[in-house]
Design a protein around this ligand. Structure first.
Ligand SMILES: [Fe+2]
Ligand SMILES: [Fe+2]
Length: 283
């Protein structure tokens, strides 16, 4: 099997490459032979400049996978879609839902729009995006599998109640059904790449295990949302699940946050990595 390289282009922190910067967001490139799949696009602040600094040509990317419809994963879409060339964009069909975050201001609570800031029509008609909406687990490229909608089966991974979606009747807690991840079969074993894992990282691992038949994963790379869920049962059970699935590399990012990442480091030591912008590894 050809080697698989995974490179984080956008992340909250940056390091290891001269000229790159951080932003609250996530984007990672999966490269194997001619295959170049971009998982998420960050906010759009650092994707192009970081890619340039890392010698990555965004014009060679012909598949984008959106882990969900938040701005910090989708804001760089135009920078990859341009010049228009029919880039395939794989996502769950609710990715364009009107997503908001409830935030506290000095004058009280308010809702800030945090969804995709571009019209679907603009991305398609002007930038040539070819949306490929999928709700089911399935192969999207040789050895690469999209999670589809992740069943929420654990009793300790709950929706983040400050994340909302606006429908005809008003705001409700966003079930984030669009939260999706990838499973990549590599020469070293199966690797999971998540964006935010709003579905819960244990639900994600359980789902991939059930669908693929794997009971171990070589690596889990990306966001885990543990940073927003506090230090408690969900974090502890997530760490237990990394052990249960015998994960050799826990490379957390983004919404894992500093505290949960520090706890992961202390527990997993050489099995741990900060997958910040500029971090890259080969399988
Ligand atoms: Fe998110
Ligand atoms: Fe995020």
């Amino acid at each position: 099997m050809d080697e698989t390289r995974i490179t984080v282009i956008c992340e909250n922190r940056a390091g290891g490459v001269i000229g790159i910067t951080g932003e609250h967001g996530f984007a990672a490139l999966i490269e194997r032979g001619d295959q170049k799949i971009l998982v998420d696009t960050g906010q759009g602040l650092t994707l192009k400049s970081n890619a340039d600094a890392m010698g990555i040509d965004l014009k060679k990317i012909n598949t984008i996978v959106l882990s969900h419809g938040h701005y910090d994963h989708t804001g760089g879409l135009p920078q990859v879609l341009f010049p228009p060339r029919g880039v395939r964009v794989i996502a769950h069909p609710t990715v364009f839902d009107k997503k908001y975050a409830e935030i506290q201001t000095p004058r009280g609570k308010t809702q800030a729009f945090i969804g995709i800031k571009f019209q679907r029509e603009f991305l398609e008609a002007t930038l040539g995006a070819r949306f490929d909406f999928q709700t089911e687990y399935g192969k999207i490229a040789p050895g690469v599998f999209f999670s589809g909608q992740v069943p929420r089966t654990t009793d300790f991974e709950h929706p983040d109640t400050h994340l909302l979606v606006k429908n005809d009747t008003g705001f409700i807690v966003d079930p984030l059904l669009d939260d999706a991840s990838l499973l990549i079969e590599t020469a070293k074993g199966p690797v999971i790449v998540s964006g935010c894992a709003h579905a819960g990282i244990v639900n994600v691992m359980n789902h991939f295990s059930e669908k693929s038949g794997h009971d171990t994963f070589h690596s889990v790379i990306g966001g885990t949302h543990l940073g927003f869920m506090g230090v408690g049962e969900q974090l502890e059970k997530s760490l237990e699940a990394f052990d249960r699935f015998k994960v050799k590399l826990i490379a957390v990012s983004h919404c894992t946050g500093n505290e949960a990442a520090a706890i992961c480091y202390n527990r997993f030591k050489e099995r741990f990595a900060f997958a910040n912008a500029g971090w890259s590894t080969v399988f």
